[in-house]
Design a protein around this ligand. Structure first.
Ligand SMILES: NC(=O)c1ccc[n+]([C@@H]2O[C@H](COP(=O)([O-])OP(=O)(O)OC[C@H]3O[C@@H](n4cnc5c(N)ncnc54)[C@H](OP(=O)(O)O)[C@@H]3O)[C@@H](O)[C@H]2O)c1
Length: 287
């Protein structure tokens, strides 16, 4: 464990992470490429490093919260020698492949590496609802969990450094498709004079209640038997009415049509009597 953490990158997120550490009483060193962003943190007790190397050498855990994969290499490649034998937790957003590449780079340089994906916005850091996903070194996760827990609920997915990022992006994909569904619904009722706010008041409890269906879908998908009794069939929920009503309202049918295409592909392949979870196969095997 450590009582000293260095945070490199003081954008909106890096500043929030450093702030949470200061509040928890950690000795915190901060560095940012462009000077002038550390003022508030220094006022609250942080030490500002003049260079990234100085921040790395300050001792303890090194945390990177930079813009992207390229900026992580730009900052840390020249410091690989200094980082050898130390621990780097990188919460910069990177793709699964980029996270794995960074883990390999770190392993070659003798750096203990943990990759993180932040499921929160800066003001949520350290608050209820903030969740950070990790993968990479189990030892780093276990050792530094008390530090990581200061930012939010910490979940570890395994030694494959790309997994946290994969989960992060999969959860965001789910979120964006749900958001598009909400916006589609709002567009459907708009021509009838219903405001998006009025629609939101109905959509929030409805969509929240519908997440209760995830467990049943997951059981069918994991079981691999889409014929399980008690499911609404794809033929029954072919979405024809929803697509027609959208067209009648004069709006785009792209969002709802996308779901219908996934359903149709399974009906056409002879699986019309099976349940909605079957569209997993349409997604898993691209047309
Ligand atoms: N903000 C969010 O809601 C949120 C949520 C989840 C995850 N994240 C992730 O957290 C990371 C940081 O996000 P942010 O919101 O803090 O972004 P930001 O406010 O735009 O800050 C970006 C940071 O990266 C630094 N940077 C950019 N290119 C650099 C380079 N080549 N070398 C050194 N430093 C460089 C910037 O330094 P300068 O000041 O010198 O430009 C700044 O400190 C991103 O990967 C982001 O995807 C953010």
């Amino acid at each position: 464990m450590t009582d000293h953490v260095s945070v490199l990158g003081l954008g909106a997120m890096g500043s929030a992470l450093a702030d949470a550490l200061l509040k928890a009483g950690y000795e915190t060193t901060v560095w940012n490429r462009t000077p002038g962003k550390a003022g508030d943190l220094v006022a609250r007790g942080a030490r500002e490093a003049g260079t990234a190397g100085e921040a790395v050498r300050a001792g303890g855990l090194v945390v990177a919260c930079l813009l992207d994969h390229a900026s992580v290499h730009e900052v840390f490649d020249p410091l690989a020698g200094e980082l050898a034998g130390r621990t780097l937790v990188n919460v910069t957003t990177t793709s699964p492949a980029q996270s794995r590449e960074l883990a390999e780079w770190a392993a070659k340089a003798g750096i203990a590496y943990l990759d993180g994906g932040i499921m929160a916005v800066p003001h949520m850091i350290g608050q209820e609802g903030s969740s950070i996903l990790y993968s990479g070194s189990a030892e780093v996760f276990e050792t530094y969990k008390p530090v990581l827990d200061r930012w939010g609920a910490s979940t570890y997915f395994g030694e494959d450094a790309g997994l946290a990022s994969l989960y992060d992006l999969a959860l965001l994909a789910g979120m964006y498709v749900m958001f598009a569904g909400f916006v589609h619904g709002a567009a459907m009722v708009a021509p009838a004079g219903v405001s998006a706010r009025e629609f939101a008041a109905m959509a929030k409890p409805w969509l929240s209640a519908m997440t209760g269906g995830f467990d049943g879908f997951a059981e069918v998908i994991d079981g691999g038997d889409y014929t399980v009794a008690g499911q609404q069939s794809l033929e029954f929920s072919n979405l024809n009415d929803l697509v027609a009503a959208s067209a009648d309202q004069g709006i785009s049918t792209e969002v709802i049509g996308m779901v219908q295409t996934l359903i149709r592909r399974q009906i056409d392949a002879g699986h019309g009597a099976e349940g909605f979870a079957r569209i997993f196969e349409s997604i898993r095997q691209p047309a």
